[in-house]
Design a protein around this ligand. Structure first.
Ligand code: SF4
Length: 477
């Protein structure tokens, strides 16, 4: 099969997986109590959406879920290959499971996700982590029931074939609680940014059919979800791999037509591909949140070229201008890599200057992390680790001042907040997001979770806003 070919997994194949689920349900029921699974997810929203599908399959097999590996009958790590830190954590956690496996050999230990799609990693687990029972890559996710059945029948199972091209439907998701539902619209990426491992571990772009996406959105709306996040590595390319499908802008508009859905977000948008049609849909459709994540990565043209980002600083700034002209109050966020190979202090100054020029609400920034198999892994460094860390700290200082100033501009305004749950710090405090995606904390009753409420912003910090509910009787919609 060519790497570009999309292969929709047939209903017949998915039914076969359903039969494995039933078989395993019966098998696990023999332990005389509900089996428990511990599932930990690393990385991006796409991975988190994959975990929701794995949890859906486990629920169908009769599993409940627990918070600690020591209480589990099945332990699964869904891994991320984007940065070295996450990889080290996975290996650390797997090492610690040896003790559990020694005490309870019947516990099933599984690892999946992007890391497992890398040959050297799967090999290392096979040879050095012999207590791991099951390893499978992103392309084999839909086969999880069959693979688990093999493990239960005895023996270790490794399924890390590079079958890029698979698109699968009809897997039950065990979603995070209301109000936000993640809906993948496409998988993979064609862009080959020189630092990024994603095209190698998730394969080339392939879109789900609009029909399946809209059916899933209608389904989550019926379940009470008010907000959907459409996911893809580069949502702007949606449909490019199919001849007759709708464009991303058309899809956005169709999602807005679904009754019950009040907010639509999407992630992620490559700056070179965002079209006027998408900007117009965002500006015209009330349900599309006025928030845009537009990863710039660097402010230096020389580095953008080395990264193979295929836009210049000038072109990027033109896009920002266009977006702001269409939506003056848009909340803009971005990603920055500090210390990319070849970056000098002059290049870094360019990045600081683009932060000052655009004034993002928030940035997600990382020091460059070498990924085996990508072109950037063989490029020469110009800066020392110490210089990279100093630049990183300087950048945070610049951005924190901007983020705080932007948040303070909300003080005294009334924002419509979709309530997500209790805040992490106190049961009496609720937390939710504005249309722009800003986190707001305020006092309120738990019964408001999943509702839209109007909140007057009373104070602001760098990362969040604080407020109080106004017009409570009228605020429920
Ligand atoms: S657009 Fe670039 S950074 Fe994003 S997933 Fe694709 S290759 Fe990676």
């Amino acid at each position: 099969m060519s790497e570009r070919e999309t292969r929709v997994i047939s209903d017949e194949e998915m039914n076969r997986q359903g039969e494995y689920i039933l078989k395993l349900r019966e098998r696990f029921s023999a332990i005389g109590r509900q089996p428990a699974a511990f599932v930990e997810t690393y990385g991006c929203q796409q991975n988190s959406s994959d975990s929701e599908r794995i949890k859906g399959m486990l629920s169908d097999m009769g599993f409940g879920f627990c918070d600690k590996p020591k209480d589990a009958d099945l332990i699964l790590y869904n891994t991320c290959a984007v940065r070295e830190n996450a990889e080290l954590r996975v290996f650390g956690n797997l090492g610690a499971l040896k003790i559990i496996k020694r005490k309870r050999p019947e516990v099933i230990i599984a690892v999946c996700g992007c890391m497992m799609q890398q040959e050297h990693i799967a090999k290392r687990i096979k040879e050095k982590y012999r207590h791991v029972d099951l390893v499978f890559g992103t392309h084999a996710l839909y086969r999880f029931p069959q693979l688990l059945d093999k493990v239960v029948s005895g023996g270790r199972v490794f399924d890390t074939e590079n079958e890029s091209g698979a698109v699968y439907e009809n897997i039950n998701s065990r979603r995070d609680p209301i109000p936000l539902a993640k809906v993948p619209i496409m998988y993979g990426c064609n862009n080959f940014c020189t630092y990024c491992i994603v095209p190698y571990v998730r394969g080339r772009e392939r879109s789900r059919s609009a029909e399946s996406i809209l059916a899933e959105v209608r389904d989550v709306a019926e379940q009470g979800y008010k907000e959907v996040m459409l996911l893809g590595q580069n949502v702007n390319s949606y449909g490019n791999d199919k001849d007759s499908e709708m464009s991303f802008a058309q899809l956005l508009r169709e999602v807005c037509r679904v009754d019950g859905i009040e907010r639509v977000r999407f992630m992620t948008s490559h700056p070179k591909d965002i079209s006027d049609e998408v900007i117009a849909a965002m500006a015209e459709e009330d349900k599309i949140c006025k928030q845009l994540h537009l990863p710039v990565q660097s402010g230096s043209d020389r580095i953008l070229k080395l990264m193979n980002r295929r836009y210049t600083r000038e072109k990027y700034l033109e896009t920002v201008k266009k977006v702001r002209e269409a939506m003056p109050d848009i909340v803009l966020t971005t990603d920055i890599i500090v210390g990319f190979p070849g970056e000098t202090n002059e290049d870094f100054e360019e990045t600081l200057s683009i932060l000052r020029e655009v004034e993002y609400d928030t940035i997600f920034s990382f020091i460059y992390s070498k990924r085996v198999g990508t072109p950037a892994a063989d490029m020469e460094d110009c800066l020392t680790d110490e210089e990279k860390h100093m630049n990183f700290d300087r950048m945070l200082e610049v951005q924190n001042e901007i983020s705080k100033r932007k948040n303070m501009a909300y003080e005294g305004t009334v924002q419509t907040v979709l309530v997500e749950g209790a805040s992490k710090t106190s049961e009496e405090t609720l937390t939710g997001r504005t249309e722009g995606g800003k986190v707001v904390n305020f006092a309120g009753d738990r019964s408001l979770v999943g509702e839209m409420v109007d909140v007057k912003i009373t104070s602001a910090q760098t990362w969040s806003l604080f407020g109080e509910i106004v017009y409570q009787e009228n605020a429920l919609r």
